[in-house]
Design a binder for this molecule. Structure first.
Ligand code: BG6
Length: 484
């Protein structure tokens, strides 16, 4: 029970992420009794807010619970106006931390949460150390939000800054896709079914397709997005982590060490392309206005350079230099302003080499994992067509989470924050994984930057991306299983 005692210090505590995601997630934990009276939250940011004003802003973003529960919950919140560059402010912060530790009997358990611009992580980490904000008793942990750098070099510099204060096993790098129900379900499917484990390799799998389609555009985040683009925003992190879940070897056991080691196998065996191969293996897109003129093009959005060459769509082929995956392409794609929100994985199995019953067309069996918004699994298998016919048709074996079950699925942040409080690290991103993913992404980015040749915009808002995305698979006689 000692573990459930915790003080969270949130840098960027007045921000959008904290209000939209973190505080509601903490509230859920509170309502479920996973946090009880022994917790406190300090929000820090530059703005000169009072505790009361802060509590009010937190409460405004809570949807669950009763008004009384909300009030009791926000009573645990404190605000400290803070200039992260100013050493004196850390002394004031330390006093507040010590007072709250005593008041709520937190036994020195601390989580520092960086929910702000990464440019300041290093400064904050250094001051936490020099002004002795880490406790001597209890645990000290650091949760870091993305973006963790914008390339390998900047990520390395950030990491060096962070690990000069925190030990490697105190650092929790969040990728919220690792907190999604159906992503966490992948290892159960693979490793708890000997049947699946037996066919989960290049003998039986032809290719794997990962689609992270978004209906939304860049909304109010144009400033950030202009420095990022889809490759950094979605591929470097979320898509790579999904690949790791799909491709990692079976971990020796269910410990953090074993799972981290299994995942590392994937990140250290990403096949590196020659620069000359990259234009054939990775393609990019940017949305223009929708065909009906209703939706703006990317270049017309708020805070976007009207000549921007930032990509809002990426499709690519990733290969792993692991014997189990020899010759199996992982096709990935993601984009903004596609027709719908859809996160799904299609595992395309090999077709029968011989068609015993003479069916004219025998489709490849496909296992579809629906991650969001639907949550479920469908296995499309060949079966006999009913009646006198000798043909085969595809039949789905299917399950979907019921509405009740879906309602029980915790938000990714709620799940991951609880895991961090419990000191469970296997669903956080290790530095090895992070650096492997950045090096891979940097290779693509460099080729793209050298060639100022994107003819943007190249897909209308509301469509599934540029034609080159389809051509990527057609080149090897394949196609995207999911079409809209
Ligand atoms: C974030 C990206 O990491 O993930 C956003 O920065 C994106 O651009 C979001 O919209 C998608 O997350 P989800 O959970 O809505 O699929």
């Amino acid at each position: 029970e000692n573990e459930k005692r915790v003080l969270m210090v949130i840098f960027g505590g007045s921000g959008d992420l904290a209000h939209r995601k973190l505080y509601p997630a903490l509230f859920e934990l509170y309502l479920k009794g996973q946090l009880d009276q022994h917790f406190a939250v300090i929000g820090t940011a530059r703005r000169p807010w009072t505790h009361d004003y802060f509590r009010q802003t937190v409460a405004e973003n809570l949807q669950a619970g009763t008004a009384a529960q909300q009030q009791a919950f926000v009573g645990h919140f404190y605000y400290q106006s803070h200039d992260v560059q100013d050493a004196d402010h850390y002394i004031i912060l330390k006093k507040l931390i010590d007072t709250l530790d005593e008041q709520y009997q937190l036994h020195g358990n601390r989580i520092f949460y960086m929910a702000m611009r990464p440019a300041l992580f290093g400064t904050i980490a250094a001051h936490l150390k020099s002004e002795h904000l880490l406790s001597a008793s209890g645990f000290n942990r650091l949760i870091i939000e993305k973006p963790f750098g914008h390339d390998y070099q900047s990520a390395l510099a950030l990491n060096d800054a962070v690990i000069s204060t925190f030990a490697r096993d105190q650092v929790y790098r969040i990728d919220h896709y690792l907190g999604k129900e159906m992503v966490q379900n992948i290892p159960y499917l693979r490793f708890d079914n000997p049947l699946m484990a037996a066919v989960w390799n290049h003998d039986y799998i032809d290719n794997i397709q990962i689609t992270l389609a978004e209906k939304l555009g860049v909304e109010e985040r144009g400033g950030y997005y202009e420095t990022a683009g889809a490759l950094r925003d979605m591929v470097q992190n979320h898509i790579m982590q999904i690949i790791a879940m799909l491709a990692m070897p079976r971990p020796a056991d269910n410990t953090d060490q074993a799972i981290t080691a299994a995942r590392r196998e994937v990140f250290t065996h990403l096949h590196q392309y020659d620069a000359t191969e990259i234009p054939r293996k990775f393609i990019r897109g940017q949305y223009g206005p929708s065909e009906d003129g209703q939706a703006l093009g990317y270049r017309q959005e708020d805070k976007i350079d009207p000549k921007s060459n930032v990509e809002t769509f990426v499709a690519g082929e990733i290969q792993l230099d692991l014997p189990q995956w020899q010759g199996v392409p992982f096709y990935v794609r993601t984009g903004k302003r596609l027709p719908l929100k859809k996160t799904r994985i299609d595992v395309v199995f090999k077709s029968a080499a011989q068609n015993l019953f003479g069916s004219e067309t025998l489709a490849a069996p496909v296992l579809t994992i629906e991650v969001e918004p639907e949550m479920g699994l469908t296995w499309h298998l060949n079966a006999k067509e009913v009646g006198q016919s000798t043909s085969a048709i595809q039949r789905p074996l299917h399950f979907a989470l019921s509405q009740t079950e879906a309602g029980q699925v915790p938000d990714a942040y709620e799940r991951l924050i609880l895991e961090a409080i419990n000191g469970r690290r296997s669903n956080f991103v290790s530095w090895q994984d992070m650096s492997g993913a950045w090096q891979f992404i940097d290779g693509i980015r460099q080729v793209w930057e050298e060639c100022q040749c994107p003819h943007f915009p190249n897909y209308p808002a509301g469509t599934m991306g540029p034609a080159a995305s389809d051509q990527l698979l057609q080149a090897s006689g394949r196609h995207w299983i999911f079409t809209n």
